[in-house]
Each structure stands twice: as structure tokens, then as C-alpha cells.
Design a binder for this molecule. Structure first.
Ligand code: IMP
Ligand code: MG
Length: 186
């Protein structure tokens, strides 16, 4: 079997650029929450790698929890609201919550999860994404902290998958077109 990196057509963000941006983002978050504790909620699986690296760049106390959301873009079912399939366990009432996802695309996932978390009445709620496909929004929503703005291309690596593969790549790239078949993400 070939190495997963050989399945890429091109790299759009390399390892060094990710590392550099994560240090800056960690500093931005540290400054924004100065003197407070943050409750980080990672939307898994996509945010796993990003969150693991990012929280090590934040110089503040952090509590960590995860939430799992159903994928709503399976080609076998119509587009529907993403559902929570594994809830958080921490009590976040009155906490300063930072919700983290890998990528902001249409905005449906982050909008839905933000609403659910907002209903629990945290002291504050902010959002952070590694990537922002700024051209594709279907709901009005911007993340408070953004790693990189990218054009509308299907990307994998650094936590982002195609059918659960390629999450381990240390960079962000675009898959070869022939490997995106059958088109699960149209
Ligand atoms: P949204 O709900 O349309 O904003 O999409 C967010 C979710 O879709 C993310 O949590 C990702 O799991 C997935 N996603 C969107 N674009 C891509 C991509 O280019 N590659 C991999 N996953 C993506
Ligand atoms: Mg995904």
C-alpha cells in the first residue's frame, strides 16, 4: 500500500506553516482569556489533532471535553441538521467555553453545536476553527479564532478526513480527483 501522502494532488498548508500559526493562535487565545480558565470543547473526530496541539500553546488553565456530531453529508441520506450523538460530560454552566472544530464550511455544524451549548448558559461561548472556507457559508456565522482562510476545495490532513482516512497527515492538502470517487462530498 502506498503512503497516504502520495494520494495528494497538492499541499496547501505545510507542517511549518501550521506550527507557526498555532503558536500565534495560542497567544491570541491566551490574551483573549487572560487570567481565566477555559473550558475547551472539541468536536470530534475532526478537531482531535488541532485541539491536541493548540491547547499546548495556550498559557492558561484548561478543562477539556469532547462532543460528537453526526455527519450530515453522507451521500446516501439527504442533507439534514447535524445531531449530537455523544454529549459532553463536563458541567459548563458559568464556564468560559471555547468550542473548537477542524473546519467551518456551510456553518451548519458550528451553528447547531453553539446553540446547544448556549442553552446550557455558559458564562461565555467563543468558537475556534483551524480552517475557514469563507465562500461556502449557508448560515450567518463567523468563528472568533481562525487558523487559515482557504478557498472552496475539499481538503484532508491534520485531522480532516475523507471517509475517515488521512487524518494523520501533518499538513493540509487536496486529494487527487480520482480518489474522491465516489463523490461523498458534493
Ligand atoms: P459545515 O457544517 O458545513 O460547516 O462543515 C463542517 C464539517 O464538515 C467539519 O466538521 C468537517 O468534518 C466537514 N468538512 C467540511 N469541509 C471539509 C473538507 O474540505 N474536508 C474534510 N472535512 C470537511
Ligand atoms: Mg469529517
Amino acid at each position: 500500500m502506498s503512503s497516504p501522502i502520495e494520494d495528494l494532488e497538492k499541499v496547501i498548508i505545510d507542517k511549518a506553516a501550521i506550527e507557526k500559526r498555532l503558536k500565534e493562535l495560542g497567544q491570541e487565545i491566551t490574551d483573549a482569556y487572560a487570567g481565566r480558565e477555559i473550558t475547551v470543547i472539541a468536536i470530534i473526530n475532526g478537531a482531535i489533532i488541532f485541539v491536541a496541539d493548540l491547547i499546548r500553546e495556550v498559557r492558561l488553565p484548561i478543562k477539556l471535553d469532547c462532543i460528537r456530531v453526526s455527519s450530515y453529508r453522507d451521500s446516501t441520506s439527504p442533507v439534514q441538521e447535524p445531531e449530537i450523538i455523544d454529549r459532553i460530560r463536563l458541567d459548563i454552566k458559568d464556564a468560559d467555553v471555547l468550542l473548537i472544530d477542524d473546519i467551518l464550511d456551510t456553518g451548519n455544524t458550528l451553528a447547531r453545536v453553539s446553540k446547544i451549548i448556549g442553552n446550557i448558559k455558559p458564562a461565555s461561548l467563543k468558537t475556534c476553527v483551524l480552517l475557514d472556507k469563507f465562500t461556502k457559508r449557508s448560515v450567518e456565522l463567523e468563528a472568533d479564532f481562525v487558523g487559515f482562510k482557504i478557498p472552496d476545495e475539499f481538503v484532508v490532513g491534520y485531522g480532516l478526513d475523507f471517509a475517515e482516512r488521512y487524518r494523520q497527515l501533518p499538513l493540509i492538502g487536496v486529494l487527487k480527483t480520482e480518489l474522491q470517487n465516489p463523490p461523498e462530498w458534493t
